[in-house]
Ligand binder design. Sequence first.
Ligand code: APR
Length: 241
Amino acid sequence: MASMSDLGIVRDHIAAARSLVVLTGAGISADSGVPTFRGADGLWRNFRAEDLATPESFDRDPRLVWEWYNWRRELIASKRPNPAHDIVVEFERRCSQFWLITQNVDGLHRAAGSQRLSEIHGNIWKVRCTVCGVVEENRDVPIPILPSCRHCQELLRPHIVWFGESLAADDLARCATALRSCDVLLVVGTSGVVYPAAGFAAVAKEAGAFVAEINPDPTPHSGIVDVSLKGRAKELVPFLL
Ligand code: APR
């Protein structure tokens, strides 16, 4: 468990920050009951990403992919933000130069009230037309298994960045600007193995930021951060206010 002195060091850096960036992964939502991807009971332990989260798998079997996203939507629909999500909203309220970068598609940061954020891997409550490209919010639970676009009646896909796909250029640019100009970067609940997000801590570090991590387990970030706080987000993030 993280020491009170380490928590104090990170809290003081956050309080003094002119510019603060928070980077989150599935671990911040684990305390809300949303499964992580690579944890003990993680999604990729039970499902094959190449069958469900690639453009090729969607071309091959859109019904299977939609059945899986429908299952995830039903699961996430009953989940609520936890205190860690709420404190991130408070950081945004208190720090004039604040940006949240989340890899999570569960929408819990928005549900908590976060506004200055990049959902770099998309949002499970958004759909995109495979032909006309229109992106719309859709909160139907269940969603029709092969949903069609209300503009052109073509097939919709989840508005999610799949393996082998690039992040949106404006998201990448926004994240790069925030990471290169922040005083403090707080990394919460990510295994740090999926790029480009896995390289963000190094970008901020190289630009001179103080970098801290919250995770119950060691990650590739643990070797480069200034302070690694061992523990769960719901328990530790509230100490940082
Ligand atoms: N509090 C903080 N961290 C936690 C908690 C918790 N309660 N529970 C688990 N963790 C940590 C785990 O130790 C792990 O390091 O959260 C991390 C979750 O890692 P992953 O499951 O790999 O999730 P993430 O890093 O967000 O995955 C990145 O991979 O599958 C793709 O697109 C998907 O956005 C996802 C990306």
